[in-house]
Design a protein. Structure first.
Length: 273
């Protein structure tokens, strides 16, 4: 049985997509980690299995469910950049009638809009401030705002240029506060309605963009300014997205691109059970 894949990215947060409508593939953590490995696999920050919600047995009012995995094989609740790529795949492949439809995720159903230029808006739902904590980078403490966007984030707005931070190793954080791990964002305000961000993702490492992370960054910046409503661009190493917040509810808009389509070798798949 040939296993089809596509490679795509959203602001250079890259994914292997596995079209698997009936959810027949046995997606083990070992296979996911091998697929995402940049030397022995295809290379990606995560895997998006394109399956029907019914076939996965997961709840959604939509037909399709984004079955997302981090590069280390762990499951995460939500991926904002992945959702844009997933939505664009569905319309390009004729599997969903655009421009507006619902996609399921472990963080609940998301309304998506695929725009004529291929960019996508995702209604991300609530970005909830859950407290304050500290990230430690190269022995220095950075206080942060904890934000839940379906998945956990800690956003530190820092005075230093984020480009100078050493994110080669995972920053330390309070494991009692974040027992399931956390995505760590470091942010410079660039002026009214503009942020710059770097991110160290749970289950991946430093990535060139994180959609839920950009939502968390805007929610945290607005929270520190005493509001939950506003709009901001967020520049990440992989490009730019726009986040709008209205009374704590977020939308995320940005690009979704495809690079390649191919087939995995059966013996490769079998050897990574
Ligand atoms: N890159 C994603 C987030 C993926 C999940 C994250 N690493 C986690 O474990 O929560 C995005 O674009 O939101």
């Amino acid at each position: 049985m040939a296993i089809e894949f596509l490679k795509g990215h959203g602001t250079q947060n890259d994914f292997v997509l596995l079209p698997d409508p009936s959810a027949r593939l046995e997606l083990t953590p070992g296979r996911i980690a091998a697929l995402c490995d940049r030397q022995r696999g295809l290379g990606a920050d995560g895997v998006l299995r394109v399956a029907r919600a019914e076939a996965l047995g997961l709840p959604s009012a939509g037909e399709w469910f984004m079955d997302y995995y981090n590069a280390d094989g762990s499951v995460a609740e939500m991926c904002g950049n992945g959702m844009r790529v997933f939505a664009r795949y569905l319309t390009d492949a004729g599997l969903a009638e655009g421009p507006e439809f619902v996609v399921g995720s472990r963080a609940g159903d998301k309304q998506v809009i695929v725009h004529p230029d291929g960019s996508v808006t995702v209604h991300m739902g609530p970005a909830t401030i859950t407290g304050a904590s500290v990230a430690i980078v190269s022995g220095r403490n950075f206080s942060g705002v904890a934000v839940n966007v379906g998945n956990p984030h800690l956003v530190s707005i820092v005075d230093d240029d984020v480009a100078e931070l050493d994110l080669g190793a995972e920053p330390r954080y309070d494991k009692d506060f974040f027992p399931d791990g956390v995505n760590l964002e470091f942010v410079n305000p660039l002026g009214e309605g503009a942020l710059r961000m770097r991110v160290y993702e749970r289950g991946v490492g430093e990535t060139r963009s994180c959609g839920t992370g950009t939502v968390a960054a805007v929610a945290a910046a607005l929270h520190l300014a005493g509001t939950d409503t506003g709009e901001s661009t967020v520049d990440i190493p992989g490009g730019r997205v726009t986040v709008s917040m209205k009374r704590g509810e977020a939308t995320l808009t940005g690009p979704a691109e495809f690079v390649a389509r191919g087939e995995l070798f059966d013996d490769w798949w079998a050897s990574h059970g």
